[in-house]
Write a protein of this length. Structure first.
Lengths: 794, 155
């Protein structure tokens, strides 16, 4: 039997539990030995390629595939007509809409899928695309959401019975309109702004793709596909293809980033599955970068009108009216009961008197979406709006933007706090976090430097944003996607060796699940993390759950792993009591062992308990052998991480180039399991935020041509655009999460764009009178604003 | 029509017969069987396919395989020593949190090695410039830049 001296000794380098543990998965990544989708080759595999529409809106007059079929390496060319015979021409979206898998009579956005070629190799498949002759009859296109409901607007979704306009969803409201009217009537200062959160794209470095392998003998469909929600995907395929779920197995292997882009089911996936079912061989389809940018899940595209008011120096009311552009098919990602996602968290971190939010969605001739690009269902749009509005209000009040926020924050004693739109924030001390950010930034010194620079004609801006996020969807009584409760499962098995396997329903796309989830088990059971294998991404080997997006992993799946570990610990206690010939209530726990209260030398380590659980000696009366447990975790509430961000920018007076010189991010995400991984998440999200604020844009010309179809036009930040980020932290545990953790992945993407845009305006208001600018703050757009000619994004 | 060529990859010769239109990346991944280099854009924009060609970093997605005939190619698989010892950059990426999804990592390490081979003690600006042809969507570059700095400081 192991002794107390043999308890594993933790260290900063090698924590048994929480701490800066180096990532387990990196050993393979630094050697180039990760296994991503395109690294997988199956015997007899053929390759798919998709012919896409050059038009944003057009009738398909005819499709002639004969020349492509004559290509010696082409096995099949699939069109909508072929899919109709299989009942696969249309598929459901995650928002209860329908989407054409391949276009039949009409194309509705540029880049829409028209035909699927299957050939022996990817070169031949792509060559054959040029041999398909499609005759189109172009139609006028709608690319501007504000014009989608004009009476003379062409009807985009004439496939839908009863659809007579381009309204994608009726107006959805939150808050209290009358109370809001009263707040505005009583206010002493009111500001209004038209604010656009433009269309952008998650653009993970690995594009989307699939390998579908249907075995006609067994009826088994094997799928390899990097996606963020393998179990939900399997359920969708079961419905679409009419197969039983147990006959479908999805494996994710390593995923080269997701950021929301790998949540939806895409037409290429259905085509590859259909191709494999028909051909009886594995079909691989991997999109290229252009296909990724022009056809898969975009993000944002919210056209917003907002008013904010204050009384006696404090923010009191907010009124918001939004048009959401969903593109040609509504495949936005959000829980069923929330057609505008969590946008109504728009009252932010402030103790408002009242607020009212209206959102309606329209169809346009643009790619379908929008997904939550590192975002919990439209919270990014909400935070951007409220933080821009607070700065607009501060400008009018001639108040310091931090002072106005400090005066208006929800106070620590008000938590749990119910917002005027119905959220119950769990915990927070906002002013403390703001102060930490001011200290790191040296806020007063920065203002002094700014004044001195202005006198020299230099343009420097200091921008502030304070966000509250709601992540970890969510309680099953409120939240589902396609009728599936937003819960996550965990199975934990401690083997006779004392080493463990934990299977989870979340799926990493780079977040470090193999490390973080092992650390949770280690913290709860005292088993070293290197002895804990984390299984994920294989629907045959993991419990059901809704996956990784909306910063769900730690709040939901992490909680599941903590709870299942505690179940194992509880069982271990009963076994230990038998081993030590005492009562369970006489035992106390220290990390790794149960010991007798009053006689700490006498105890049983978890590995010895595991030996007993599988061995031949008696178990406690009525208890089954083995040391394992499983749970499905239903979160009682979202968790509400928050943070204070300060951006320092320089604007070149001659070129209008904006440089982010410093970025200070103080996050409170509750208890941090692996601070190194948390820092990395924040760094990555801040870089994306810089991209969105300054560079990233999916824009369209009047005909609906997408103007940003490669990384030459869709600019994502390089190492040159990113400063060395300055991070700080406060820790306010989540009261209802078993570990006190709140989730962090999306916070930096949510909080950084408003900080940067506020900084740009702060640089330009006094000297150039610029009090509003829409993202991205490119040199051309900033220059136009400096000349008094602000331009909308499209 | 296929042409014979010999690709010298990580010190080993690989005879291949390939069509003239094939790019180096696809031949490394398919015929040679080294899948460490990745395709992120197929357009020389992201750097995920970076390899060293006679010591110079090139985007192998945009380089014809036949042009590499007889020249020295180093891929991510050739970075560690023959005994499996990690290159100091690999260890530093692991230590400094320079890796998240891992997809850009092979190309990023190759670019970092090329930098340190020609300039053993670069400053932060030189590191950022040298890595500006390698896109990373996960790390915000902080851990990566610190990893290269850490190795430069050891030298």
């Amino acid at each position: 039997m192991a002794t107390i001296e043999n308890l594993p000794s933790p260290s900063a380098e090698r924590p048994i539990g929480f701490g800066r543990l180096k990532r387990k998965e990196d050993a393979r990544f630094i050697r180039g030995q990760g296994t991503y989708l395109d690294d997988i080759r199956l015997p007899g595999m053929v390759h798919g390629a998709i012919l896409r529409s050059p038009y944003a809106h057009a009738r398909v007059v005819s499709i002639d595939t004969s020349r492509a079929l004559a290509h010696p390496n082409v096995a099949a060319v699939v069109t909508a007509k072929d899919l109709e015979t299989l009942g696969l021409a249309w598929m459901p979206t995650i928002s209860y809409d329908t989407q054409a898998v391949l276009a039949g009579d009409k194309v509705r956005f540029q880049g829409q899928e028209v035909a699927f070629v299957i050939a022996t190799d990817e070169y031949s498949a792509n060559d054959a695309l040029q041999l398909i002759d499609v005759e189109y009859e172009p139609l006028p296109a709608i690319v501007n959401a504000r014009k989608a409901l004009d009476p003379d607007a062409p009807l985009i979704r004439d496939d839908k019975a009863g659809q007579h306009d381009n309204l994608a969803s009726p107006t959805w409201e939150a808050g209290d309109e009358e109370a809001t009217n009263r707040a505005f009537a009583e206010a002493d200062t009111v500001v209004s702004r038209d604010i656009i959160y433009p269309r952008c794209h998650p653009a993970p470095l690995e594009t989307c793709g699939i390998i579908a392998d249907f075995n006609p003998q067994t009826g088994q469909l094997n799928i390899w596909n990097g996606n963020q929600a393998p179990h939900a995907h399997r359920t969708v395929y079961a419905h679409v293809a009419g197969l039983a779920e147990h006959m479908i197995r999805i494996r994710c292997s390593d995923i080269g980033g997701g950021f929301g882009n790998k949540v939806p089911v895409y037409p290429g996936y259905v085509c590859a599955i259909a191709g494999s079912i028909v051909a009886g061989v594995p079909v691989k389809w991997i999109e290229n970068r252009t296909e990724n940018l022009v056809s898969t899940g975009f993000a944002r595209d919210y056209v917003m009108r907002a008013e904010m008011c204050s009384k006696d120096g404090k923010i009191t009311g907010l009124r918001v009216d939004v048009i959401a552009d969903h593109g040609a098919f509504d495949s936005t990602a959000q829980p069923t009961k929330f057609p505008a996602g969590f946008f109504h968290i728009v009252c932010g971190s402030y103790d408002l008197q009242a607020s009212h939010v209206k959102v309606k969605a329209v169809y346009t001739n643009k790619a379908p979406g929008g997904v939550a690009y590192r975002c919990s269902f439209r919270i990014t749009e909400a935070v951007y709006l409220v933080e821009r509005m607070v700065d607009a209000l501060a400008l009018k009040m001639k108040a310091d933007p931090i002072d106005l926020r400090m005066r208006s924050f929800i106070a620590p004693g008000q938590f749990p706090y119910e917002t005027t739109t119905g959220w119950t924030y769990d915990s927070g001390n906002y002013a403390e976090t703001m102060k930490v950010a001011m200290d790191i930034a040296g806020y007063d010194d920065l203002r002094r430097e700014q004044r001195e620079k202005r006198e020299r004609g230099e343009l420097m801006g200091i921008g502030v944003a304070f966000f509250t996020e709601g992540v970890g969807a969510g309680p099953r009584k409120h939240m589902d996607i396609l009728g599936l409760a937003m819960n996550d499962g965990a199975d934990l098995r401690v083997h006779p060796s004392g080493k463990a396997v934990v299977s989870i329903s979340a799926q990493t796309q780079g977040q470090g699940h193999e490390t973080t989830f092992a650390q949770i088990v280690a913290e709860e059971l005292g088993i070293p993390p290197e002895d804990i294998e984390v299984r994920q991404g294989d629907t045959d080997k993991s419990p059901y759950g809704l996956g990784t997006y909306g910063s769900r992993s730690t709040p939901v799946s992490g909680a599941a792993v903590a709870v299942v570990s505690r179940k194992v610990r509880d069982k271990a206690r009963l076994i230990a009591a038998t081993m030590l010939e005492t009562r369970p209530e006489d035992l106390a726990w220290e990390k790794g062992r149960w010991y007798v209260k009053g006689d700490p030398e006498k105890g049983a380590m978890i590995e010895d308990i595991a030996v007993r659980a599988y061995g031949g000696e008696p178990m406690p009366e009525g208890m089954e052998g083995g040391l394992d447990a499983q749970v499905i975790y239903d979160p009682p509430n979202l968790t509400y991480p928050y943070g204070a961000y300060i951006a320092v920018v320089d604007v070149d007076p001659d070129t209008a180039q904006v440089t982010v010189r410093r970025f200070i991010a103080v996050d409170d995400c509750g208890v941090r399991i692996n601070p190194m991984i948390v820092d990395g998440q924040i760094h990555g999200g801040l870089a994306e935020g810089i991209g969105i604020a300054l560079m990233e844009l999916l824009s369209f010309d009047a005909e609906g041509n997408c103007l940003n179809s490669s990384f030459m036009d869709y600019l994502i930040p390089t190492a040159l655009e990113c400063p060395d980020f300055e991070l700080g932290e406060t820790v306010t545990p989540c009261p209802h999460h078993p570990l006190g953790a709140k989730g962090v992945g999306e916070s930096p993407n949510v909080g950084s764009p408003p900080a940067i845009v506020n900084a740009v305006i702060d640089a330009l208001y006094e000297t150039h009178g610029v009090d509003h600018i829409d993202m991205p703050c490119t040199p051309a757009r900033v220059w136009a604003a400096m000349q008094g000619r602000p331009e909308p994004p499209q | 029509m296929r042409y014979d060529a010999t690709l010298k990859v990580n010190g080993r010769a690989y005879p291949v017969a390939i069509e003239p239109g094939r790019n180096l990346l696809s031949v490394l991944r398919s015929e040679v069987g080294l899948t460490g280099a990745k395709e992120g854009c197929d357009d020389s924009e992201c750097g995920a396919c970076m390899v060293l060609l006679d010591g110079q970093p090139v985007n192998s997605c945009s380089y014809l395989a036949l042009q590499a005939d007889g020249r020295e190619i180093v891929t991510i698989e050739g970075l560690a020593g023959e005994d499996g010892d990690l290159h100091p950059l690999q260890q530093a990426f692991l230590d400094q949190g320079g890796v998240q999804c891992g997809f850009c990592t092979p190309g990023m390490l190759i670019s970092a090695k090329a930098l340190l081979d020609r300039n053993p003690s670069p400053d932060e600006d030189e590191i950022r410039l040298a890595l500006s042809g390698n896109l990373c969507r996960c790390t915000g570059y902080s851990g990566i830049v610190r990893a290269v700095q850490a190795v430069a400081e050891q030298r």
